[in-house]
Design a protein around this ligand. Structure first.
Ligand code: HEC
Length: 195
């Protein structure tokens, strides 16, 4: 066997091993989010970190930032610069975390809602949510609310505020005042509305 051939054979052999290892990693047993599991006593696959655990990545800061309010009050406005980057993060996290129950649009139309008998995940366009200070939505996500669990363990402080920003954008997408439309668009809409 020439040296080149030997080298090629060796490479092929290595590639085969590599695939075997990779395949083993891909097919290892795992549980999907929200799946049932008889391994744990509460029957759920999704786990939380043990009580009191502090993550190395945990954001530290004033209660307005990390709790959504201080001294019994709630912050009115998101205490971070709201830019395109934050909104994109909010959209991504909302779609993954919240949409399963509240719907991709936030209107409460979702598979979970259609199968839930006890209390449906509400639309986020209600007067109650639209009129609430930003800190309230942050707090609902941080602490949970009624039947809705807390998502503080899976969403960073920044991601939670990003979601609040995205919920506000969703609300606007369904209920924007005419004055917010660009002048051209406003004229077109006004013409359409007048007979
Ligand atoms: C597993 C389903 C589920 C998921 C996921 C979920 N929610 Fe909820 N949410 C609910 C339910 C159910 C309620 C009503 C709870 C009650 O009244 O007991 C609720 C209530 C709320 C409320 C309060 C509404 C009001 O009328 O005051 C807000 C705000 C909210 N959710 C936002 C979110 C956001 C943002 C996310 C994503 C981080 C999220 N929810 C994820 C099920 C869910």
């Amino acid at each position: 066997m020439s040296r080149d051939l030997l080298f090629a054979a060796l490479l092929l052999g290595l590639a085969a091993c590599d695939n075997l290892w990779l395949d083993r990693m891909k097919v290892q047993p795992k549980l999907l989010a929200y799946a049932p599991s008889d391994f744990y006593r509460d029957g759920r696959a999704m786990r939380r970190p043990p009580e009191g655990t502090v993550s190395r990545e945990e954001t530290l800061g004033p209660p307005e930032l990390i709790e959504g309010g201080a001294d019994g009050g709630l912050v009115d406005r998101i205490p971070l610069p709201v830019d395109q980057e934050l909104l994109a993060l909010g959209r991504q996290r909302f779609d993954v975390t919240c949409a399963a129950c509240h719907g991709l649009l936030g209107d409460g139309v979702s598979v979970v809602a259609s199968k839930m008998a006890l209390r449906l995940p509400p639309s986020l366009f209600s007067e109650a949510v639209r009129g609430a200070p930003d800190g309230r939505i942050f707090r609902v996500v941080t602490e949970g609310y009624g039947l809705m669990p807390s998502y503080a363990a899976t969403l960073s402080v920044r991601a939670r505020w990003a979601i609040v920003a995205y919920v506000r954008a969703l609300e606007l997408s369904q209920n924007a005042p005419l004055a917010l439309a660009p002048p051209d668009e406003r004229r077109r809409l006004e013409q359409e509305a007048s007979p």
